[in-house]
Design a protein around this ligand. Structure first.
Ligand code: CAA
Length: 315
């Protein structure tokens, strides 16, 4: 089967089903938006590989279903209560979502978005599996925030000259929280075909998003700009240029962003901020990306921000 018998715009319009891999914060948001905005059936898979890689025993399919659907149902119920959508529309979106623990359930899906944790080996393993189980026309998108798309695409094959799968790999990097933030950056690797890139752009528009296109460069666009800003705020704190509240207040009230950089770091997760700074620093070799010492210490202490209950603020 040929990948693009029609134009990318037509292909994106024709996407009839979506697969989302990873039922964490990002995956749940992506699945919800695909069902609600693109109005296509969505299969949400959370495989045991993910849980195992973190050393956590797999919770079991039934528990998984309960957890996933609670988050999504709550968000839909809120939209109904605010009269943004009708109960019927919420029921319709909900009915489009199914869950599974088997990656093989992507065998007839047109557009797959992977949103598992940022562990390179885990993503490489998943993409080598996706190349085998997904239909030969499917777009294989990753939500990575810092891993090279070229490396992820290379994992789809053992023969670098065979680009039948790697040319369909692209990044659709959504922003957190996915249902709220409109922006998505679309990143192409060296192997990504123009049709794949254009299709990803068009399909993200169908999901109601505003797209930006970035090259496969460390941090892409969003984190290349955002993380040094956050890191600099932490350096200002550790060197006593200003206290926490002064730093956040001047940026929040002075540049009209919804939260200051330290609160935003807590919201994103300090471990995530540190790992992205490390990627920028290591891959560019440029000292301007050196992670703040305080950021490293806070991660060592297990103070990861909102998700751990303590960061620059207490939760
Ligand atoms: N899922 C879905 N909706 C959510 C949500 C979530 N996790 N968190 C908040 N919302 C919704 C709320 O329900 C609320 O919706 P309604 O308007 O329907 O009531 C709306 O967002 C606003 O929430 P709140 O009133 O509770 O609080 P707020 O006004 O302070 O907004 C915020 C919260 C949306 C998180 C806002 O503070 C914000 O936009 N902050 C900046 C977030 C940001 O910069 N994100 C990008 C992070 S970087 C990234 O994602 C890339 C990466 O690779 C690290």
């Amino acid at each position: 089967a040929r990948c693009f018998s029609s134009t990318p715009r037509q292909y994106a319009a024709d996407v009839k089903s979506v697969g989302v891999l990873g039922a964490g914060q990002m995956g749940l948001g992506i699945a919800l938006v695909a069902a609600q905005k693109a109005q296509v059936p969505v299969t949400l898979v959370d495989a045991s590989e993910q849980a195992l890689s973190k050393g956590i025993a797999f919770a079991g399919a039934l528990e998984l279903r309960a957890r996933e659907l609670t988050v999504i149902e709550k968000l839909l119920a809120k939209d109904v209560s605010k009269s943004r959508i009708t109960q019927e529309q919420a029921d319709q979106a909900r009915s489009l979502l199914t869950t599974s623990t088997k990656i093989e359930d992507f065998s007839s899906v047109d557009f797959i978005i992977e949103a598992v944790p940022e562990i390179p080996e885990l993503k490489f393993d998943i993409f080598s599996k996706l190349a085998k189980v997904a239909p030969p026309h499917a777009i294989l998108a990753t939500n990575t925030s810092s891993i090279s798309i070229t490396r992820i695409a290379a994992a789809t094959t053992t023969d670098p000259n065979d680009t039948s799968a790697s040319s369909r790999v692209v990044s659709t990097h959504f922003m957190n929280p996915v249902p709220v933030q409109k922006g998505v950056e679309i990143i192409s690797g060296l192997q990504t075909s123009k049709e794949t890139l254009d299709t990803a752009v068009e399909f993200c528009k169908r999901m109601g998003k505003v797209t930006s296109v970035s090259a496969d460069s460390p941090g892409f666009l969003a984190n290349r700009i955002l993380m040094p800003y956050i890191n600099e705020a932490i350096i200002c704190l550790e060197t006593g240029v200003g206290d926490r509240d002064s730093i956040d207040a001047i940026m929040k009230n002075g540049t009209n962003v919804p939260m200051g950089p330290l609160q935003l770091a807590d919201f994103i997760g300090l471990d995530t901020c540190l790992s992205i700074m490390k990627v920028l620093h290591t891959e560019t070799g440029d000292s301007k990306y050196r992670p703040s010492v305080l950021l490293g210490k806070m991660v060592d202490a297990g103070w990861l921000g909102k998700k751990s209950g303590k960061g620059f603020y207490d939760y």
